[in-house]
Design a protein around this ligand. Structure first.
Ligand code: HEM
Length: 467
């Protein structure tokens, strides 16, 4: 795709206002803005956001170029600019936000990666299934009757509990999970305002800035409280009060033992930034339930599969292979609602993408959601159709057409873990409940730091009496 000898074309620019660029329009119109920008400017355009300038990339071949083929030129995530401005104070120097691929990043990745790979997954799945079991057994759905509620907090609780045990080797309490979820909510929704705030010195008052700082402090305090409970000096451990089913220690223990440089600040950054993975996972599982609620046919197919494979029993790692349709439902939910809507990189050297010059220092964003809805790649892109992930229908698709976990060297370290945990929660939920729309409350997505439901995912939930 590079080549300085070919004729270059000019880059169309999405810009509305002289100083703020598209930012006000983006804040006002949200997801509709992106769809229109794509229709007007095509797959590749310059996005003027006033405080920052980006090149937006919306075709799978752009992802292939930036994240794979020419990844050496895009090893830098772009510092505290653009979409990253509001998240960095929360995540510090955690693996996901380490800016440049260097020896430090590689060492951290090599330490964290194996904990999420297949062999580790196999041993942790049964434990995760038990945690999921506890946290999906009592969603509001009275007896054989129904209840109408937002499923996001319930899914978030199951995801956060399972993830915290894996990371910290310690249980989080209900109030802690609710505090973390509230704080994540504030932080995610602050993104656009946070971008504006990034242009104003930190000591100057700016709307929402105080709330944002308090939310970050809340998460940090809660995580440190949980970590303190796993300390050998903590009374709960000294009294042998640990749950015999719970794996000793957690990923953080392994990391602290292996990497001496992981001091208190390093532990804090990694503990917080890995926990942030709970948010996209909870969003995508909740969105899958919404899609199933609106597609009785898909819900029936998924339920028949789980009943056939499991009856009413809890799934084990070996069972997951017998639940391919549930997996496809989750993948389709991640296509329609990829919580990590974009990934950002900075060009180290001059480059050319699709005939457009991209000078050194340019920040580019790969727009995952636009790629997932690209009409040239997907048939009926807006339509919920889990069967499109069947092997026979996927063979000819561009390899970068579905990238909810990113791609290449900085791709999500927890991809397999997330697919497994999502599959487990959906399976258990389908065994226990039937889902239907909530009359008068149609869930909608909003583009914040993640792509996420605007006001929750309200559904009608009926407890099943069989199998
Ligand atoms: C459905 C759930 C998830 C989605 C959609 C998702 C998405 C992504 C994406 C798109 C990236 C690439 C970012 C980039 O290229 O700049 C990424 C990286 C990462 N994710 Fe996830 N993620 C999910 C769950 C998780 C979970 C549960 C964890 C932690 C336990 C996690 C930890 C990470 C880390 C540490 C990285 C950075 C890897 C590196 O830079 O080397 N993610 N994720």
């Amino acid at each position: 795709m590079t080549g300085s000898t070919t004729a270059h074309r000019a880059l169309p620019t999405a810009r509305t206002w002289p100083v703020l660029g598209c930012l006000p329009e983006l804040i006002r119109r949200n997801d509709a803005f992106w769809a229109d920008a794509h229709r007007t400017h095509g797959d590749l355009y310059r996005l003027d956001l006033g405080v920052t300038d980006l090149v937006a990339l919306g075709h799978p071949r752009h992802a292939q170029h930036v994240l794979l083929e020419n990844a050496d030129n895009y090893a830098d995530k772009g510092g505290p600019t653009g979409f990253r401005a509001t998240l960095l104070p929360l995540t510090g120097q955690g693996l996901s936000t380490i800016d440049v691929e260097d020896a430090h990043w590689k060492r951290r990745r090599d330490l964290i990666g194996p904990a999420f790979r297949h062999a580790a997954l196999k041993s942790m799945t049964d434990h995760m299934a038990r945690v999921v079991d506890d946290h999906t057994s009592s969603w509001p759905a009275t007896g054989t009757g129904t209840a109408r509620h937002d499923v996001v907090p319930y899914v978030t609780t199951a995801v956060t509990a399972a993830l915290a045990e894996l990371l910290y080797g310690a249980a989080v309490t209900g109030p802690e999970i609710r505090r973390i979820a509230r704080a994540f909510d504030q932080i995610m929704n602050y993104m656009w305002i946070g971008m504006l705030a990034s242009a104003v010195p930190p000591w100057m008052p700016f709307p929402g800035r105080g709330r944002q700082r308090r939310a970050i402090a809340d998460i940090e305090r809660t995580v440190l409280d949980v970590l303190a409970r796993r300390s050998p000096a903590h009374p709960a451990r000294e009294q042998g009060g640990a749950d015999p089913d719970r794996p000793e220690g957690g990923l953080l223990d392994i990391m602290t033992a292996a990497e001496r440089e992981l001091d208190a600040a390093g532990v804090r950054d990694e503990a917080v930034s890995l926990l942030l993975g709970a948010e996209p996972l909870a969003i995508s599982v909740s969105w899958a339930l919404h899609l199933l609620a609106r597609s009785p046919e898909a819900q029936r197919a998924a339920r028949e599969e789980v009943d056939r494979a499991l009856g009413g029993r809890r799934p084990s790692f070996e069972d997951l292979a017998a639940l391919p349709y549930v997996r496809m439902v989750f993948k389709e939910a991640l296509r329609l609602c990829p919580p990590t809507y974009w990934v950002q990189r900075r060009a180290a050297r001059d480059d050319v993408i699709d005939g457009v010059p991209v000078p050194a220092g340019t920040n580019v964003v790969v727009l995952i959601h636009r790629i997932h809805l690209h009409p040239g790649v997907w048939e009926r892109p807006d339509h919920f159709d889990p069967g499109r992930f069947a092997p026979e229908r996927s063979a000819d698709r561009h390899r970068q057409a579905w990238i909810p976990f990113g791609s290449g060297r900085r791709g999500c370290v927890a991809r397999e873990f997330s697919l497994t945990l999502g599959q487990l929660i959906l399976t258990r939920a389908l065994q226990r409940y039937a889902f239907a729309p909530h009359p008068g409350r149609t869930p909608a997505l909003t583009v914040a730091a993640n792509l996420r439901p605007r006001e929750g995912v309200w559904l009608t939930v009926r407890r099943r009496t069989t199998p």
